[in-house]
Design a protein around this ligand. Structure first.
Ligand code: HEC
Length: 443
């Protein structure tokens, strides 16, 4: 055999990745090679003992029996649970749980091939995850700078929806800008804590305690909220915190339950200068005037809400909120000076079991000129075609209970002035141009 030829063959083998080599042989993905890594990165945070996923996916033996259902849920993008359209609106989001189409295709092909293990020596080492009841943002920011707890309350095992609205002394002595905030239900009550909203209670000029801005909003499945640099969501000094917690008993009695809010502040290390920042707030924006609407049995409905500001704003996050008959929500921006209407976000496969604050990646947040209109649209389906509908024979009205409907979106808004708006707009345009140039291969 000629020596050059042998060398050539060795070279080719070294360059071909393991997966591609298997494909070249007419083979398929295996658990050991590809699927274990995808499950680790996308599923195990919830699907492991003690976490909220109903089954554990930490080994081949655990995953294998579920393969057909995994294929279905992943192909339909129901798992990981993150309802945000992949083909409409802004796609650059922080903490985005959606899987790449490539990973989805790999799982589908693996199940079609009979879900083989492959070579066990190729299995990755087990991955570490936060314990139940640990702050999830801690992996990025360390322990929170400040923790506030609701006062204790006994959650019964069974019964109707319950609301607990205590006011607590929060120990907030100085006025500071929030970098991130996370609401953490207790591990015992994580299944029954449906909502836990918190707001500041501040003293007005007359010395009376009145409701202030929102601290945080939490609904089942939500991670937390991050405030982009250059924006200040402020903690007022010497404020108290009011809670509105909605428990929905899930079979487990939890005596003395407490929900916690963790706050991380901007500091010098972030090179954050409060004087150079714009105020940000998080508020609920209605889609139905006063919130009054009725869906007839076997009927459908659409609600809309229109909101505008007399100054330019930046939208930092969008979180639709609907209940069981809700099926979709969108957010558009209408600019009356150009007549243009732009779709910025859409969740067309809404699932009330999961709530996400879809937070736009820095530099990708929609910028809204003064007097433009933010159009929020929601759709409801009270027919038997809606798989989440508990009873299509009922009239459904707006209300607080899980079986009533809701129609609002939480939006974090940074309030700009003309100069700030022009600056951010110029940065976005410049980046867009760079990207076009980059794609042309000029770099
Ligand atoms: C954020 C937590 C979370 C993540 C991430 C997650 N799951 Fe789930 N999963 C759940 C919960 C909670 C349920 C049960 C409630 C439900 O179906 O929504 C569930 C249910 C399931 C079910 C059963 C559905 C049924 O009808 O019985 C399958 C299968 C599943 N998940 C697969 C996956 C796979 C595969 C991934 C990763 C690609 C994943 N999940 C990621 C939390 C999660």
């Amino acid at each position: 055999m000629n020596k050059t030829k042998v060398l050539g063959l060795v070279f080719v083998l070294a360059l071909v990745p393991a997966g591609a080599f298997a494909q070249a042989q007419g083979d398929h993905p295996t658990y050991a090679n590809e699927v274990s890594r995808i499950i680790q990165d996308n599923c195990q945070i919830c699907h492991q003992p003690g976490q909220i996923g109903p089954m554990s996916f930490t080994s081949y033996e655990e995953v294998r029996p579920w393969a057909p259902l995994i294929q279905l849920k992943v192909r339909q993008r129901e798992m990981p649970p993150y309802q945000y359209d992949t083909d409409k609106g802004i796609q650059d989001l922080k903490d985005d749980w959606r899987m790449s189409q490539e990973d989805i295709d790999t799982i589908v092909a693996w199940v079609e091939a009979g879900s083989p293990l492959g070579n066990p020596e190729m299995l990755p080492p087990q991955k570490d995850f936060p314990e139940v009841g640990e702050w999830r943002l801690a992996s990025e920011y360390g322990a929170p700078d400040h923790i506030i707890k609701s006062s204790p309350w006994d959650v019964p095992a069974n019964g109707q929806d319950l609301w607990w609205e205590p006011e607590v002394d929060a120990g907030l002595t100085e006025s500071r800008c929030i970098k991130a905030v996370e609401t953490l239900p207790s591990s015992a009550a994580h299944g029954s804590t449906h909502h836990a909203n918190s707001h500041f209670v501040v003293q007005n000029d007359e010395g009376e305690w009145v409701r202030g801005d929102r601290l945080s909003e939490f609904a089942f499945g939500k991670l937390g909220e991050k405030v982009p640099e250059g924006a200040c969501r402020k903690v007022p000094a010497n404020s108290k915190v009011g809670w509105s917690i909605h428990y929905y008993p899930d079979g487990n009695a939890v005596p003395n339950d407490q929900v916690s809010v963790g706050i991380w502040y901007f500091d010098e290390e972030d090179e954050f200068v409060e004087e150079d920042s714009f105020d940000q707030d998080l508020r609920a924006y209605n889609l139905s005037g006063g919130g009054d609407f009725l869906i007839e049995p076997h009927g459908k409905l659409m609600t809309q809400g229109f909101h505008s500001f007399d100054h330019p704003v930046r939208l930092d996050s969008w979180q639709p909120h609907l209940h069981l008959r809700g099926v979709a929500m969108s957010m558009e921006i209408f600019d009356p000076t150009t007549g243009q209407r732009e779709l910025v976000s859409m969740a067309s496969d809404w699932n009330a079991g999961w709530n996400h604050s879809h937070t736009y990646e820095d530099g990708f947040q929609p910028l809204v000129p003064a007097n433009s209109t933010i159009i929020l649209t929601a759709w409801y389906d009270n027919t038997a075609d809606n798989p989440h509908n508990p009873d299509p024979d009922q009239w459904v009205g707006a209300g607080q209970r899980t079986t009533d409907e809701m129609s609002h979106a939480w939006i974090a808004v940074t309030h700009l002035d003309d100069e700030g708006y022009e600056k951010l707009l110029a940065e976005q345009k410049e980046r867009a141009q760079r990207n076009v140039a980059g794609r042309g291969g000029d770099e």
